[in-house]
Design a protein around this ligand. Structure first.
Ligand code: ADP
Length: 480
């Protein structure tokens, strides 16, 4: 359990912020310290070598004229001076003649010996060189000695101990360590404070969400934190209120369904009870009541069928069976089927097509759309009224208009006619067998085809439903 908690800590955003800040504080140090030390070494060696070369040049004349190189005479003043210079470097000075023989040695140890080393040979050809020996920690500088004619007559070799570099570096490192400790402590403090500062609102939000899950709260409280979190919090509130309204509409839907399904059952029960409750009921009355009971059963069946259509349409991932459909033929076919109802109420149905239209639609679902609209235009009409259906298209969409001069829809109902079980005129709608589900089904089917439906209506004058559907069906990405 303890291990798991440790693991969770490193998964948290707070620990990540802290680690990033500590790395940002420390990494420059870790990179810069070795580079600085290397640079310090290089610069010190180069400076020392340049100084030693300048010093050699300043001794050039004295050495050349001293007779060292020819072995003619001795110069004790110069001897002592070179010796003390060599000692001050904790090193050694050698003077080598043109035959590569040591003619002067501040240690007086190797006089007369021959030295063959590439730097000495190069210097004999006129070059001043230096070499740093990492193992012995010595800097070796070789400088040509020239006579008054400019000819190289020997080489001045000076060794200098570079131990002071290590001592200086140790000091440098100890200062750096103090710096690292100070910076590390500061970054840890900053990291901890920043991580607390940035994780506190998240923890607060998590607590509020817990409260919402436990249903003791309904919204996330407004907190002033940082923009991204405030955005998330307001989006959470939007989602929560959407979920609430979905829940409310689901409850309303369930209670509407129960009510709608119960109404025909109640009627049947009343009819059956009145037959059962009275003796000697004439056979005509029995027949009449049985016809009424049959009507109620038809009504119940229609409600259930409409509900099933709606549920199938609402189901996420509902499948569309898209084919290329001749819309002119489809409308003509529907009008033929609806003709008897129109004739019954003496309603003239006119279909006008501006061009032949073939579109990619689900034939069954699209038939439901047109049937519902035309059926409503006939149902909510006056005897002797008319219904006009027009079909048109452009390169992208096809348009269907269903217009009638019937009852019209009250202004305050227009916005709700696509809601489930909504009826503008309850009693009339029930009378003519409406379930209040037709336009909800129509709207869902149109949405599935990525189309749009609009309604204009005036009470007592009639209604117009305008449809716009893409000619080619494009599957939405989330459906795909
Ligand atoms: P219903 O089964 O009751 O016809 P709909 O969903 O098809 O249900 O229609 C919802 C309501 O919209 C209807 O009850 C009716 O009041 C109104 N309505 C729909 N179409 C028309 C129309 N063409 N003319 C007048 N009212 C209409």
């Amino acid at each position: 359990m303890k291990n798991k908690n440790k693991f969770l800590f490193f998964h948290g955003i707070g620990s990540k912020i802290a680690i990033i800040i500590i790395c940002v504080g420390i990494i420059p140090f870790l990179v810069c310290v070795p580079i600085s030390l290397h640079a310090y070494d290089s610069v010190s060696i180069h400076t020392d070598a340049t100084n030693l070369m300048a010093q050699a040049v300043s001794y050039n004349n004295q050495i050349v004229t001293s007779g060292y190189l020819t072995g003619d005479s001795q110069n004790e003043v110069l001897d002592t001076e070179l010796k003390s210079v060599a000692e001050s470097y904790n090193g050694r000075i050698l003077i080598i003649n043109s035959s590569l023989k040591i003619v002067k040695d501040s240690f007086s140890a190797d006089i007369g010996k021959t030295v063959i080393w590439e730097n000495i040979i190069y210097s004999m050809q006129g070059q001043s060189l230096y070499y740093y020996d990492k193992v012995t920690n010595y800097l070796i500088v070789t400088v040509p000695l020239t006579n008054s004619d400019g000819d190289t007559v020997g080489v001045y070799v000076v060794n200098k101990s570079m131990d002071y570099l290590d001592q200086n570096k140790d000091m440098f490192i100890s200062y750096m360590l103090i710096g690292v400790v100070i910076i590390l402590s500061l970054t840890i403090i900053i990291a901890v404070l920043t991580s607390i500062r940035y994780t506190r609102p998240l923890k607060k939000m998590s607590k509020s969400l817990d409260a919402i899950i436990r249903e003791s709260e309904t919204v996330l409280p407004e907190t002033k934190s940082y923009k991204e979190l405030e955005d998330i919090s307001s989006k959470f509130n939007e989602v929560i209120s959407k979920l609430h309204s979905i829940d409310e509409s689901r409850q309303e839907f369930v209670s509407n369904v129960s009510h709608e399904l119960k109404t025909p059952l109640t009627s049947m029960k009343v009819l059956a009870d009145s037959l059962n409750g009275s003796d000697d009921v004439p056979i005509e009355m029995y027949k009449e009541f049985m016809v009424d009971i049959g009507d109620e059963i038809d009504r119940e069946t229609k409600i259930i069928n409409d509900l099933l259509s709606l549920v199938r349409m609402d189901k996420s991932g509902a499948v569309l069976n898209i084919t290329a459909v001749n819309i002119n033929e489809l409308i003509e076919h529907i009008l033929k089927r609806l003709k008897p109802i129109a004739d019954k109420a003496d309603i003239e149905v006119v279909f006008e097509s501006f061009r032949p239209v073939v579109a990619e639609v689900d034939e069954v679902k699209f038939t439901l759309v047109v049937t519902n609209l035309v059926e409503n235009a006939i149902k909510y009409n006056n005897e002797g009224g008319w219904v006009h259906i027009t079909l048109n298209s452009d390169h992208q969409f096809f348009y269907i208009k269903v217009e009638d001069n019937g009852l019209g829809i009250p202004e305050d109902s227009v916005d709700f006619i696509f809601d489930r079980f909504y009826r503008a005129d309850k009693s009339h709608s029930r009378e003519i067998g409406g379930t209040g589900l037709g336009l909800a089904i129509t709207k869902s089917a149109i949405a599935m085809h990525n189309g749009e439906i609009k309604v204009r209506s005036k009470l007592g004058e009639g209604s117009t439903f305008d449809l716009r559907i893409p000619l080619n069906y494009i599957e939405k990405e989330d459906e795909a």
